[in-house]
Write a protein that binds this ligand. Structure first.
Ligand SMILES: Cc1cc2nc3c(=O)[nH]c(=O)nc-3n(C[C@H](O)[C@H](O)[C@H](O)COP(=O)(O)OP(=O)(O)OC[C@H]3O[C@@H](n4cnc5c(N)ncnc54)[C@H](O)[C@@H]3O)c2cc1C
Length: 409
């Protein structure tokens, strides 16, 4: 017999779990909810950690998903600094790091993702930062106060956002080292990504593309230099590495839940795992997207929040599919911001001016719009959502024409 039993067990104190708890209550579930999270903080939003919070514009309270008292007020038991060590899917019992055993009716595994760590010479030196949690952002903020030069390893969102934030808020000289030639080219292709690359350069960020980290060098135990495979040497007072994440499926794997091709937990369109009554949501969830007709796993704030809601509804027996079109946002300080819906393939069709920084991009595959990006043209994105979902053929030249009324298309 477990020590106690709850109706809903939510594993992970991040966004997906928090959203699930919220929607269980908003949709009228009156059973007991236990949310178990490994981190010391109540659920918070990670995007500001590389943006407003890192720049000192947002406080810890601003970044919390809900004010600290919300959980108690809504009858959600929140255990922080606690891990779920074992999940017995047949007996429906979880074992916590406190040794307590908890029986459950329905469960959500929302264990998120972990940063990829680089194992190169010098990787254990002090001053090499990764960014996932509050503490990491605090560490970078403290280091930035006295630093003159920083190297960002990785030309994706984290590297670009942090370079922009540190330049804008602390006047630190930032250099980005990346495998790709153009920052964000993996996300948007070279032509479109050149806009963001140019924005960074225009604000004094140095970018070194088509090169690879070889090693870190240091003095007195702290990093002082990043050395690349081509022999380039970049001096730094500290470094930030942003080279992607891997879904955290440790618990899921040991529980025998099926994993998918992306390494996430394989789920149905309703986000149910291979174990009936156990759901997944967020960065670790590979679901069968009814919109895309294929499995997807995404690391987006909006996706985690929406999947938490879908999971909540299905834990209450509503039987709904997760048919929300994935949405992503990012910004480079107040220099530029982007919104994206997708993911999709095809040729980019630009509407507006890349040079002037006011444009949208439709990715068109055989005349079907599959994804869209907006910089300063949010309205276009709303139309793109409809195009992606209805899948009707549309002429690229007409999409690109600023005279076209997208509403009528
Ligand atoms: C710096 C940063 C900036 C970002 N910016 C953007 C952005 O601009 N736009 C955007 O769309 N997305 C952004 N993201 C991504 C977005 O924040 C994530 O997609 C989202 O946080 C995923 O939520 P999650 O609940 O799946 O995972 P997480 O938020 O990682 O939460 C999972 C939690 O589960 C805990 N956990 C894991 N295993 C266990 C266990 N066995 N027991 C107990 N607890 C466990 C983990 O410690 C973690 O706290 C950003 C992420 C970061 C790190």
């Amino acid at each position: 017999m477990p020590d106690r039993t709850v109706d809903y067990l939510l594993v992970g104190g991040g966004l997906a779990a928090a959203s699930c708890a919220r929607w269980l209550r908003e949709e009228g579930a009156d059973g007991s909810i236990l949310m178990v999270g490994r981190e010391p903080d109540p659920p918070y939003n990670r995007p500001p950690l590389s943006k407003g919070y890192l720049r000192g514009e947002e406080s810890r309270e601003d970044v919390l998903y809900r004010p600290e008292g919300w959980w108690d007020e809504h009858g959600v038991e929140l255990m922080t600094r606690t891990s779920v060590m074992k999940l017995d899917t047949a007996e429906r019992v979880a074992t916590l790091s406190t040794k307590e055993t908890v029986g459950f009716g329905k469960a959500l595994v929302a264990s998120g993702a972990n940063v990829r760590r680089l194992r190169v010479d010098g990787c254990d030196l002090d001053g090499i930062h990764y960014l996932r949690a509050f503490g990491n952002s605090d560490g970078i903020r403290a280091a930035a106060e006295t630093a003159e030069r920083v190297v960002l390893v990785g030309g994706s969102y984290i590297g670009c956002e942090v370079a922009a934030s540190l330049t804008a808020a602390y006047g630190v000289k930032c250099s980005i080292l990346m495998l790709e030639e153009v920052a964000l080219e993996r996300q948007f292709g070279k032509e479109v990504a050149r806009f963001f690359h140019g924005v960074l350069e225009d604000h004094g960020v140095e970018l070194f593309g088509g090169d690879e980290l070889d090693r870190f060098e240091g003095a007195d135990g702290s990093v002082t230099k990043v050395v690349t495979s081509s022999g380039r040497e970049l001096d730094c007072d500290f470094a930030v590495v942003g080279v992607g994440v891997t879904p955290d499926v440790m618990l899921a794997r040991s529980a025998g839940l099926e994993l998918g091709d992306t390494g996430g937990i394989r789920c149905s369109a309703g986000l149910e795992t291979s174990a009936p009554g156990i759901f997944a949501a967020g960065d670790n969830c590979e679901y069968e997207s009814p919109i895309h007709g294929r499995p997807l796993r995404l690391e987006h704030w909006d996706v985690a929040a929406n999947q938490g809601k879908t999971a909540a509804l299905n834990m209450m027996g509503r039987g709904v599919e997760h048919d929300v079109l994935p949405y992503f946002f990012s910004d480079l300080a107040d220099w530029a911001s982007l919104e994206y819906v997708g993911p999709g393939e095809g040729e980019p069709v630009v509407r507006g001016s890349l040079e002037e920084g006011e444009f949208s991009v439709f990715w068109v595959d055989g005349r079907r719009v599959t994804a869209a990006l907006s910089v300063e043209r949010s309205d276009d994105l709303e139309h793109a959502r409809r195009y992606i979902v209805d899948g009707a053929p549309r002429d690229p030249a007409v999409l690109a024409d600023l005279g076209t009324d997208l509403e009528a298309l």
